[in-house]
Design a protein around this ligand. Sequence first.
Ligand code: GSH
Length: 209
Amino acid sequence: MTLYGYWRSSSSWRVRIALHFKGLEFDNVPVHLVRDGGEQLQAAHLQRNPMGQVPVLEVDGVYLGQSMAILEYLEEQHPQPALLPEMPLQRAQARRIAEVINSSVQPLQNLSLVKRLHAEFGADKVDWMRSVIQDGMDRLESSVAGGVGPFLVGDGPSFAEVCLIPQLFNARRWGCNVSAWPTLLRAEMAAQEHPAFLAAHPDRQPDAQ
Ligand SMILES: N[C@@H](CCC(=O)N[C@@H](CS)C(=O)NCC(=O)O)C(=O)O
């Protein structure tokens, strides 16, 4: 398998966590999101993913985009160790939390969107990032507060932490008040003890700058 990704891309980071967690070998091919106007928008990458985004996982000659679809594929093909709990309701909760981040928070901080907001509407990039992440994660914290922990669902890391850890990194990068999210931080601390989460960290990637 080959992962086309970028060291600081939160969606690529999700896939790296899952690959390491399941002990799968993969080649890591960097796609630089900033250099030369963005390699993700060049013909070579658009052939892999017409969305012009990373990550893409190449499996047996098939290019698979969308990190959540990739996570589901890896879970089906390599069920152990599991990144979804056994009980259906808990599985749904893990997916719910992952989707809050994947569909309600991450798209608002996408490079191409933020560039357009700045160019066409004069939006301040830092203010935008900080406010949309703070709002989304405040809401996520409210929806998980009161859980027994330390993980958000069940007794181990799941899709929830796979999406949470990269998103918390971005929250700190843009100056959010992360101390408002004690339940999320508790899950982060527990997940970070797992070697897969350490190996997938942006600073450990060959293209880190
Ligand atoms: N829903 C997609 C989102 C992918 C995505 O937004 N990738 C970002 C990096 S995290 C990207 O490639 N951005 C390039 C751009 O905005 O030009 C997924 O989960 O894979």
